[in-house]
Design a binder for this molecule. Sequence first.
Ligand code: MN
Length: 433
Amino acid sequence: MNWWQTDETHDPSRKSWVESAERHRDFPIQNLPLGLFSPPGEPARIGVAIGDMILDLRACAERGLLDGIVAAACQEETVNRLLALPSVSRRHLRRRVSALLSDPAERKAMEGLLFPAAQCSLHVPARIGDYTDFYVGIHHATNIGRQFRPDNPLLPNYKYVPIGYHGRASSIRSSGVPVRRPVGQRKPPDAEAPLFGPTTRLDHELELGVWIGPGNELGAPIPIGQAAEHVAGFCLLNDWSARDFQAWEYQPLGPFLAKSFHSTISPWIVTAEAMAPFRLAQPPRPGGDPQPLPYLLDEADQAHGALGLTLEAFLLTERMTKEGAAPFRLSTGSTAAMYWTVHQIVAHHASNGCNLSPGDLLGTGTISAPTREGVGSMIELTAGGKEPIVLPNGETRSFLEDGDEIILRATASAPGFVSIGFGECRAKLRPAL
Ligand code: MN
């Protein structure tokens, strides 16, 4: 079966006996994302989100409800071994869990294996060996380029090379973990020498995260036509950024301390299989743009390699929380703004023989729409801080302030299918030490 094809698990008429799954905005039975959770007072184990509940996959394996290598992988302390399995095994697990959660005859045996999600803690699901951040949002690249280099926003390599840099895996945290405002070097434009202190230009970046499944051997590139086999699933990623540090430190080697202090991910891995109904053709490149070089060009990838995802970012200030206000939507955009597909960034990453491993995380880079309503960072929303946004209660923001909370959401939808969501990627800012 091809990676863009659907099966009975995507059937819109399929229903779960878990009542809260019915019309759940994120986790209907058509989603079944993988994660790592702890029931109250208990150690972490692998689970699947279904409605407002979490199914304990370790317990399922222990009771003989799963078999073979899948059962063994579901009893591990992280999802790394599960991600290392080929897509055929992941699909097997998905079909089995979908059958267990939809067949009313299984309900009695299964109910003790479900926990209310609201009572559980969710963790970063994998040991992330390496994290790489790309820059595939072409409107973001143009907007940022214009602020850093007004005369030359998009560098000449952009339409040939999927630009990326090696990020920091150790500081990736799950949704809900507060973010400490970082301290570092910044050089105000009129100052002669840099200062060392808390960032005054703290920003969010709305990105899609890509979980690597089976890896490749060192020295063995991943051909573009096989890249899908190496993508296990997706999450949301907030690549927090200190723009003042970034502007001062980024030349000539790229981002460093402006990014490495903390990144937040949504804890559920929405599998590549769950995304099968939401595959789209990669939008055609504007006239005059070069074709991708052959090692990045694949017919199936061009026909099915894009994703039908709507992305949203919300801001909730401390005052809004006190006033009982709902989070304010900063932006809404779509993954159609990705100049390169996920498979192209995977093939490019491994094209020099670099080995990817199960549980590695790739970020797409900030995804911004061509218009102001759809830009995925404050530096774009406020034109570099020059045009502050005004919130409904009168508060203004050029960049983020202590106590602010950023919430990212993603929804996949397609005609004839049940929409699925990614759950929340949220974190609140704490003052600098
Ligand atoms: Mn980024």
